[in-house]
Design a binder for this molecule. Structure first.
Ligand code: SAM
Length: 323
């Protein structure tokens, strides 16, 4: 079991002691091997990683931990441990000279948003649906005081643990195996809340926006990234079934409609910062993610459409404040 005692103390000091108590039970449940067949295998993979000390770390421009010269004959053990946690979707990571070239260039998303958000220095940050925590490391690199990521996918949590073990020092960054629905309501705790790539997975997007608002302290900042479609104030795509092969996609609004949703939920200073088409260079199969990827989910004769004939993925970044 991972030791979260420092996090519990942090939460106590932030006045969120109730959550700390609930969390202990939630984590015991989530990490119960009886509930997940592969968890033991992933734990062993993390345990088998060599104990290394990085001579150099860069979290500001990348997530780069250690150099190949720090490894001293344990390269195979390192590479095999990382490989056992396949598929690596979010990244890339440079781990002691091993380039973990992940399915997504998550650094490109970070580059698109970083100049639009309130500086993270000394902020308490929540990243909802954080995957394996790539952006959480970048938030730490940007000076955040405390970063908590949540994601219900256990493999992602174990990948984060692998990176944390290789970081080999205390770090004010935690990834909890939780869904957003497991957070206490109306915490009003965080200075910045990120929800990136989650809204369209929620069956009730308005409730998701209200959940996000409830996590923020007054005057805090939401950074929202989601799939959108072209169109005006009343345009919404609600797929008949799959979207780009994903089963659990519900609502894709136009940017205008998304911002209206946010206004109706009580957000202020709503700013559309970026709209970008997802390219097959940003999301693709690699040696570290050997399954199908975006190219296989698009119409082979028309890259403007998904294989279901729907508009190909376009993502928007919106920032807003609570009162
Ligand atoms: C498209 S990925 C986005 C990952 C990352 N935020 C990014 O932008 O690269 C969506 C993530 O949301 C997570 N997710 C799905 N349902 C969730 C829920 N109920 N609460 C929190 N996260 C959830 C998935 O496990 C997945 O890692």
């Amino acid at each position: 079991m991972i030791d979260y005692s420092v996090l519990y103390q942090e939460l106590e000091s932030l006045g969120a002691g109730n959550w700390a108590q609930l969390l202990a039970e939630q984590l015991a449940d989530a990490f119960d091997e009886r509930g997940h067949g592969d968890l033991r295998k992933w734990r062993e993979a993390v345990d088998e990683l060599p104990n290394l000390k990085p001579s150099r770390v860069n979290l500001l421009d990348s997530v780069s931990i250690g150099q190949s010269t720090d490894v001293f004959g344990q390269e195979q053990q390192l590479i095999q441990g990382i490989q056992k946690l396949h598929p690596w979707r979010k990244g890339p990571y440079q781990l002691y000279g091993v380039d973990v070239d992940t399915e997504w260039r998550s650094d490109w998303k970070w580059d698109r948003l970083k100049s639009h958000i309130a500086p993270l220095r000394n902020r308490t940050v929540l990243d909802i649906g954080c995957g394996n925590g790539y952006h959480c490391w970048r938030m730490l690199g940007a000076g955040a005081r405390l970063v908590i990521g949540i994601d219900p996918t256990l493999l992602s949590v174990m990948q984060f643990q692998a990176v944390r073990k290789l970081y080999a020092a205390d770090a004010a960054v935690y990834l909890l195996p939780l869904g957003v629905e497991q957070l206490p309501t109306e915490m009003k705790l965080f200075d910045t809340v990120f929800s990136m790539g989650v809204l369209y997975h929620r069956r009730s997007p308005i409730d998701h926006l209200l959940e996000l608002k409830g996590c923020l302290r007054p005057g805090g900042e939401l950074v929202l990234e989601t799939l959108v479609v072209e169109g005006g104030m009343d345009t919404l795509l609600f797929p008949e079934s799959r979207y780009a092969q994903m089963r659990n996609v519900w609502f894709l609004p136009s940017c205008e409609l998304l911002m209206r949703w946010m206004r109706r939920c009580g957000f202020k200073n709503i700013k559309l910062c970026d709209v970008a088409k997802t390219t097959v260079n940003e999301q693709r199969s690699t040696q570290w993610m050997r399954f199908n990827s975006l190219k296989d989910f698009l119409d082979p004769n028309n890259a403007e459409l998904t294989c279901e004939g729907l508009p190909a993925p376009v993502r928007a970044i919106v920032v807003a404040n609570t009162d």
